[in-house]
Ligand binder design. Structure first.
Ligand code: ADP
Ligand code: MG
Length: 322
């Protein structure tokens, strides 16, 4: 049986940290960070609980990827660049095969985004993974939820709904061809945090967030915090490639209310349309204009002809859903 110390050393501390912003990494009572001069720290925590956020038998490599990806996605949504993260891990047992794959999935993504693992805590208990991520950005440049302005365009990165479609397929609510299921499942298990787009939108976009629980609910947070309303052109919403082959009603439901896509929803002034498109090109991320911010409170859904559409949809809420 591995001791806690051996486990940390073998699976999490093997990366020699060469980032000059990390003055001291794993091994002492605290890590020490030197953020780049003049930068503000952005801090976010996400906890993933077995049976709630992932299946108990989930592939450990993919799980490692996803745990860090959802945290990096919060940095992206703020326009912050990754700096470092901590990992608090509660494990039922020290299974070497599981730990090997989990740490690989986690650390490969960490290296990709130059985000060092600088510490954490390890304890025995039900499987529970909590990451705190640190990022940096110039003061005043954060893409805050309360910063939408009247007349702003609403934009979405990438595509929506394939992650929700994979969930429906796992739950046998519908049936997909094997290849389609695999494509959609990749969207569900391996979200790509939109870091490059988020940082390219500094000084261009006003408000932003990442879509984890479904567009309607998440955009609702921007509207509420900014004290404004919006219209969405629901047939302009970019459906994922697999979802795009499904009936229109399902496309509407899953682009509007499907969770787990980790795309960015952001608002930007009409005068910045060309700059938003340029940010999409420079970050190799598609961006689609899907609506506008209005004074009247609430969210109005419009079809291609500008006619109001009424749909019974709610986004995922951990405390109201079974
Ligand atoms: P403490 O007694 O201060 O809680 P620990 O013995 O728990 O310290 O941890 C020793 C070192 O290993 C610390 O630097 C801590 O940040 C790091 N650490 C513990 N668990 C993890 C983990 N899961 N991933 C990365 N670092 C960890
Ligand atoms: Mg400890």
């Amino acid at each position: 049986m591995l001791s806690e110390f051996d486990l940390i050393k073998r699976y999490f501390a093997q990366h020699s940290c060469t980032d000059p912003r990390i003055a001291l990494g794993i091994g002492d009572d605290c890590a020490l960070l030197n953020p780049s001069p003049g930068m503000q720290l952005a801090v976010s925590t996400d906890m993933l609980v077995s049976g709630r956020h992932f299946f108990a038998d989930a592939d450990p490599y993919l799980l490692g990827h996803k745990c860090l990806a959802v945290n990096l996605s919060d940095l992206a949504a703020m326009g912050a660049s990754p700096l470092a993260f901590t990992l608090a891990l509660s494990l039922p047992e020290a299974n070497p095969l599981w730990l090997e794959k989990f740490s690989q999935g986690l650390l490969v993504l960490a290296d990709t985004h130059r985000c060092s693992l600088i510490g954490g805590d390890t304890t025995k208990g039900p499987l529970n993974i909590c990451i705190t991520v640190f990022g940096e950005l110039p003061p005043g440049s954060a893409l805050r939820r309360d910063a939408a302005q009247l007349g702003d365009d609403i934009w979405i990165s990438g595509t929506l709904g394939d992650a929700r479609l994979a969930l429906a397929s796992y739950r046998k609510e519908l049936s997909l061809a094997p290849l389609e299921h695999q494509l959609a499942a990749t969207r569900m298990h391996q979200p790509s945090p939109r870091i490059a787009l988020g940082t390219a939108l500094r000084g261009v976009a006003h408000a932003a967030l990442d879509i984890s629980d479904g567009l309607i609910g998440d955009l609702g947070h921007i509207l509420q915090r900014s004290g404004l309303g919006a219209s969405l052109h629901i047939d302009s919403l970019p459906a994922g490639p697999v979802l795009a082959r499904q009936p229109l009603a399902l496309q509407r439901a899953f682009t509007l209310a499907g969770g787990d896509d980790y795309e960015l929803c952001f608002t930007a002034p009409v005068a910045q349309r060309a700059a938003v498109l340029a940010a999409g090109v420079s970050s190799a991320t598609t961006v689609t204009r899907v609506g506008s911010i209005e004074a009247a409170p609430g969210l109005r859904l419009l079809d291609d002809f500008g006619q109001p559409v009424t749909l019974q949809l709610t986004s995922f809420d951990h405390f109201s859903s079974p």
